[in-house]
Write a protein that binds this ligand. Structure first.
Ligand code: C2E
Ligand code: MG
Ligand code: MG
Ligand code: MG
Length: 287
């Protein structure tokens, strides 16, 4: 009986594995012939000031609507694009569109854009991106490039050069998903960072798990000491917001404030945000 049970488990395991490998193959095959102009989209998620919940900028997040597979998560297709060598043209196509969107926003509204390992670690990988930024007419001071620790470890010397080139233009650099992967404080120490983005895994149980609370508390202290801004992603509840504000986090992002939205919804979001801030300030003046 045990043997049959064991055999059953083995079969289930290997067929799941096969399905996984097949679907990876399918994503790669369809991505090779995907028309980035029509199938790829960007949505934008607000990043807010923790003190007044006012939107200070948006993070651009890629979406793939495959005619064959339907909606595919960037967690699946970005790594696939990296594996098949398509990430650099994809990044370039997305950056052109993100900057075109940012150009229509108010001057002080920032754009955060995610870069992959290949974008910053291939020889001269950063040059086409710099050309795109220059051509866009968007002030580099309004831009933040998000880079994960895993991406910089790919080729640290080259990553440092790419980051230095972006910094020289006036762009900001954020270290994304901090606390996951091969985290190392030496990255914080050796890279010219403007922001540290604390991974959402620490936020989920911040009010239930004293360890998560302590980790965020010490990371905000680290950011203060290093004089870099602290951004926390994945804020889903009012209780999490209250705790993070108390811990001195500078900027917050998450479903509690807003889900990622299409570019067409941004003007309306900013108008409502402005009205809410004006009403709050009016109330303070009266009081
Ligand atoms: P990320 O850069 O850490 O982006 C944050 C992710 O958290 C997004 O997932 C966002 O939708 C999700 N998120 C935001 N608020 C909440 C929340 O309150 N709760 C929960 N559970 N999730 C929240 P998304 O859009 O699926 O993107 C996943 C990852 O894919 C991104 O993680 C980023 O690493 C990568 N990615 C997305 N767009 C691009 C891109 O254009 N280029 C590159 N290289 N990577 C991208
Ligand atoms: Mg990001
Ligand atoms: Mg992140
Ligand atoms: Mg701080």
């Amino acid at each position: 009986h045990a043997k049959r049970h064991l055999r059953g488990r083995t079969v289930i395991f290997s067929s799941e594995l096969e399905a996984e490998i097949r679907s990876r193959g399918v994503i790669e095959t369809l991505l090779r012939t995907a028309d980035f102009d029509t199938e790829m989209e960007l949505v934008f998620q607000p990043i807010v000031d923790s003190m007044n919940e006012h939107t200070v900028g948006f993070e651009a997040l890629a979406r793939w609507q495959s005619p064959r597979l339907g909606w595919v998560s960037p967690a699946d297709f970005i790594p696939a694009a990296e594996r098949i060598g398509l990430i650099r043209p994809l990044t370039q196509a997305l950056l052109v569109r993100a900057l075109a969107a940012a150009k229509t926003w108010p001057d002080h509204t920032r754009l955060s854009f995610n870069l992959s390992a290949h974008d910053i670690c291939s020889p001269d990988g950063i040059l086409p991106l710099i050309a795109i930024i220059e051509k866009s007419g968007v002030t580099p001071r309004r831009l933040d490039f998000e880079i994960t620790e895993t991406a910089v470890t790919f080729d640290f010397a080259r990553a440092q050069q790419s980051i230095a080139a972006l910094k020289a233009m006036g762009c900001g650099i954020s270290l994304d998903d901090f606390g996951t992967g091969y985290s190392s404080l030496s990255h914080v120490h050796r890279l010219p960072l403007d922001k540290l983005k604390i991974d959402r895994s620490f936020v989920a149980d911040i009010n239930e798990n004293p360890v998560s609370h302590k980790i965020i508390k010490s990371l905000t202290g680290l950011c203060d000491d290093m004089e870099i801004a602290c951004v926390v992603e994945g804020v889903e509840t009012r209780a999490q917001l209250d705790t993070l504000r108390r811990l001195g986090c500078d900027f917050l992002q998450g479903y509690y404030f807003a889900k990622p939205m299409p570019g067409a919804a941004i003007a309306d979001h900013l108008a409502k945000d402005r009205a809410r801030l004006d009403a709050a300030q009016g109330a303070k003046v009266v009081a």
